[in-house]
Design a protein around this ligand. Structure first.
Ligand SMILES: O=C(O)COP(=O)(O)O
Ligand SMILES: [Mg+2]
Length: 231
């Protein structure tokens, strides 16, 4: 029997609009350091390589030193604030839940491969009531490797009980496209997420503007790999 087809989602900017809560936590930490707030539009270009990278980019924007001791201190404060306020404004993107229903009906399984730490990713998806939909929720701490390392994606697929030959990645940034390419996995890039390079310029296999179009996008890719089991 063939293993189920697996759709692996990035989290921030792909499944969930998290930028407002991430920005609030970042600004709380900048305030502790006596620094000015960052604009939420700016944070949208800083998310995707983990919280430490986001803080480092915010400091660089302010021409502030970002030595390890400072980053460690700010990261601890960030994680505490964010963990306590993880789903204040965060919400799934429009059309996501009906698209998951339709794809599940067609036999797809789902997983999450994110550079958000696993306990925070699980906490967020639980707060939104959708954690149970994913066979694996893997952060950089889950297997000890982070996107763009393709092993993060491949281990996520395997842990979800899937087959890397029958999987698709859905993401919002260069990190996700690079990861999928390195893993040999087709990639759908969403146009509404967090990235400093527009998704169309990253040349994903399919550019997705709305989740209403996800089932058709997935069908197109399955036709391409030509060996899916019709359900
Ligand atoms: O930068 C982050 O914290 C996580 O981002 P991701 O879910 O887009 O991988
Ligand atoms: Mg993302």
């Amino acid at each position: 029997m063939t293993s189920p087809q697996t759709l692996v989602f990035d989290l921030d900017g792909t499944l969930i609009e998290t930028a407002p809560d991430l920005t609030a936590a970042l600004n709380a930490v900048l305030a502790i350091e006596g620094l000015p707030r960052v604009d939420p539009a700016r944070t949208r270009t800083m998310i995707g390589r983990g919280a430490r990278a986001m803080i480092s980019r915010a400091l660089s924007d302010l021409s502030e030193p970002a030595d390890d001791a400072r980053l460690d201190r700010m990261l601890d404060a960030f994680l505490a604030h964010y963990g306590d306020n993880i789903a204040v404004e965060s919400h799934p993107y429009p059309g996501l839940l009906p698209a998951l229903d339709q794809l599940e009906e067609a036999g797809w399984r789902f997983a999450v491969c994110t550079n958000k730490r696993e306990p925070l990713a699980v906490k967020l998806l639980e707060a939104l009531g959708i954690a149970g939909r994913f066979g694996c929720i893997a952060g950089p701490d889950t297997f000890g490797m982070a996107k763009p390392d393709p092993r993060h994606l491949l281990s996520t697929i395997e842990t979800a009980g899937g087959d890397p030959e029958r999987a698709i990645m859905v993401g919002d940034s260069a990190t996700d496209v690079d990861t999928a390419r390195a893993a040999g996995t087709p990639v759908i890039g969403v146009s509404f997420g967090y990235t400093d390079v527009p998704m169309h310029a990253l040349a994903p296999d399919i550019l997705l503007r709305h989740y209403d179009d996800l089932p058709a996008a997935v069908d197109r890719l399955v036709e391409d790999w030509g060996k899916a089991t019709a359900r």
